[in-house]
Design a protein around this ligand. Structure first.
Ligand SMILES: Nc1ncnc2c1ncn2[C@@H]1O[C@H](COP(=O)(O)OP(=O)(O)O)[C@@H](O)[C@H]1O
Ligand SMILES: [Mg+2]
Length: 210
């Protein structure tokens, strides 16, 4: 079954709620290796997204996703604003004019979104960023798509992969962003951006289960 607009809107609402709930935790993670603003950044950004959403809800999925990206781009500062802004905008461009998302469309969305992070931040695998979460998740989703899985099955299979990828950021030394200034002292802490990315996948799975 394709993913419909109601599920997309539900995803964004759940994500906003989880980010608000985890604001303090995300900020604590960023306090350890950054500047203690990731929780407030994400909460502010998705509050704005929820304010903007009613103005585009009746538009096509590409327009909704691009609006999410542009809103994050303009309301979230730091590294994560442009990175997540690019994620949703580039992903949204692949779904221009669509009223629902089929399996191939979902893979295309995620590939473009993750490519957007790569173009914007130039992270490499192992740099201790959100890319360390998305790279293995995208690989799993593509493998499941090739095996003929539908979107909920792809996302459910990617969840444990993402959970592991998130934990795997802990022993890494940061090579990008503010955390890289800490050098070896960044080792032993979970990456804040990878953590908010995990919430994106988790809430998507929940929205798809409805
Ligand atoms: N060059 C980059 N490429 C990919 N992700 C990055 C890059 N720089 C930072 N990040 C991600 O952004 C997160 C930090 O976001 P945030 O705290 O909101 O921004 P800032 O670091 O500017 O304060 C990091 O945990 C990491 O996942
Ligand atoms: Mg920060």
């Amino acid at each position: 079954m394709p993913m419909d607009k109601a599920q997309l809107i539900s995803w964004l609402g759940k994500l906003q709620a989880v980010l608000a709930e985890k604001e303090k935790y995300l900020t604590e993670l960023d306090a350890a290796i950054g500047d203690a603003d990731h929780g407030t950044n994400m909460t502010r950004g998705f509050k704005k997204v929820m304010e903007k959403l009613p103005t585009v809800e009746d538009k096509d999925i590409g327009t909704i996703l691009k609006t999410v990206g542009m809103t994050l781009m303009s309301s979230v500062g730091g590294a994560s604003g442009p990175l997540y802004g690019t994620y949703w905008m580039k992903g949204g461009m692949t779904l221009a004019g669509k009223e629902e998302i089929d399996s191939a469309g979902f893979v295309g969305f995620l590939q473009a979104a993750v490519d957007g992070i790569l173009q914007r931040g130039r992270p490499e695998l192992g740099d201790k960023t959100m890319y360390d979460f998305w790279a293995p998740v995208l690989e799993e989703i593509k493998a499941r798509a090739d095996a003929g899985d539908d979107i909920p099955a792809m996302v459910n299979a990617a969840l444990p992969v993402g959970e592991k990828a998130l934990a795997d950021t802990i022993p890494l030394q940061a090579k990008k962003g503010r955390a890289s200034y800490l050098g070896e002292r960044s080792i032993g802490h979970q990456d804040p951006g990878a953590t908010s990315s995990y919430y994106m996948l988790e809430t998507l799975a929940q929205a798809l289960a409805e």
